[in-house]
Design a binder for this molecule. Sequence first.
Ligand code: ARG
Length: 478
Amino acid sequence: MTKKQKSLTAVTAQNHATKSSIWGGRFSSGPSQLMQDINASIGYDQRLYQQDIAGSQAHAAMLAHCGIISAQDLKAINQGLEQIGAEIRAGAFTFSPELEDIHMNIETRLAEIVGEPARRLHTARSRNDQVATDFKMWVRMLLETLDAALANLQAALLAQAEAHAETLMPGYTHLQTAQPVTFGFHLMAYVEMIGRDRSRFADAHRRLNESPLGAAALAGTSFPIDRHMTAEMLGFDRPAANAMDAVSDRDFALDFLASGAICSVHLSRLAEEIVIWSSDRFGFVKLSDAYTTGSSIMPQKRNPDAAELIRAKPGRIIGALNGLLIVLKGLPLAYGKDMQEDKEGVFDAADALGIAIAAMAGMVSDMQPNPNAMRQALTNGFPTATDLADYLVRELGIPFREAHHISGSIVALAAQRGVDLDAVPLADMQAIEPLITAEVIGILKVENAVAARRSFGGTAPAEVSARIADAKKRFHIG
Ligand code: ARG
């Protein structure tokens, strides 16, 4: 025997736990330690305790309403469950891995407190519909919390956008100077992105809101239950229409993770822009002390660690989405224990997204934009070259492709002399295109270039202010 084989034998021979009081009837001995270790989910699914208690209370109320348990049983069950809730909140509840999961931990404690009525609670129910119900309600609560957090982030962005609707900065494509825009305009792009994230979470909420409770193991139940009653009590729109689907479905977790992955990617783009803007080469914004850290060796440093961590969070969240898609791929209906692997990724992604949104909102509210640095940056990269080409088309009737070429020649001349476009003497421009008049000088000023882009959704300050007012209404901010 190899060393490894020997240690495996030792493990199988080790003392077996006692039989499960919940499902041990047909067993003559309990599970091995390894079986318990691989099986237990209580380490993480205790986060479902509130939902588990609410689900059991609704189930018990329905059983009593339908004459399946007595009113006294219901009363005892409710009191016991209230006590358990208080114990857990007070940190006075002992979660045992031998009892596998939150459902059996609570049910076992209930039996300790109220005795026999606790053993009637699981009538017409399975852990399969129970866990699906608990987890759905948890994700539903999460979606509501995230919506509020995202609205708060939008409010922070809107406040900065309002204060800087007229602050000029370079707009970039390929991270090369493109055209002048305003800082407020740039931030409003993120208000729209976050708005779509909120709408994806709202879609997920709407689709999720069908109750699995009463689907039992997979096929429904022969007891005369009322699934509409429990659905309503637990805030669902209706009971899920197919019991087998109800216990097998984890689309709600995937919907959250997919929408959360997109949201985290949006946050990472803003985080990266903040890293760039706050670098000393750009200096477009100064982050507050509250959202920067120092270096242990370089005393001058103010590092944008929060932004960098937000930039990194999609790693976890996209990872959790991939992980759950792979768990569910090819899994036959109905429930398989594989599905217990649905929770950790969701919890981790939820925590990561929650802190990223909150930190981003704090960082955005606190940051101090530097309009002078942004204005100074506009003296590089010829940001009004498009305006020059547009002028040649609009005022002189030159076809755009030719106008593009002429502007390119004027840019080359300015670059050669190391001056801004509006510093190229008129005569030199006219040597390239004789039709050009003095009117062009005004066209080449960044202030005018920005003010001219009044098209709907354009960067002109008046248009930005109108869109800010509209966004506040559309997203119910302020
Ligand atoms: N802890 C389990 C889970 O998270 C609960 C459902 C167990 N169902 C079962 N048939 N073993 O999925």
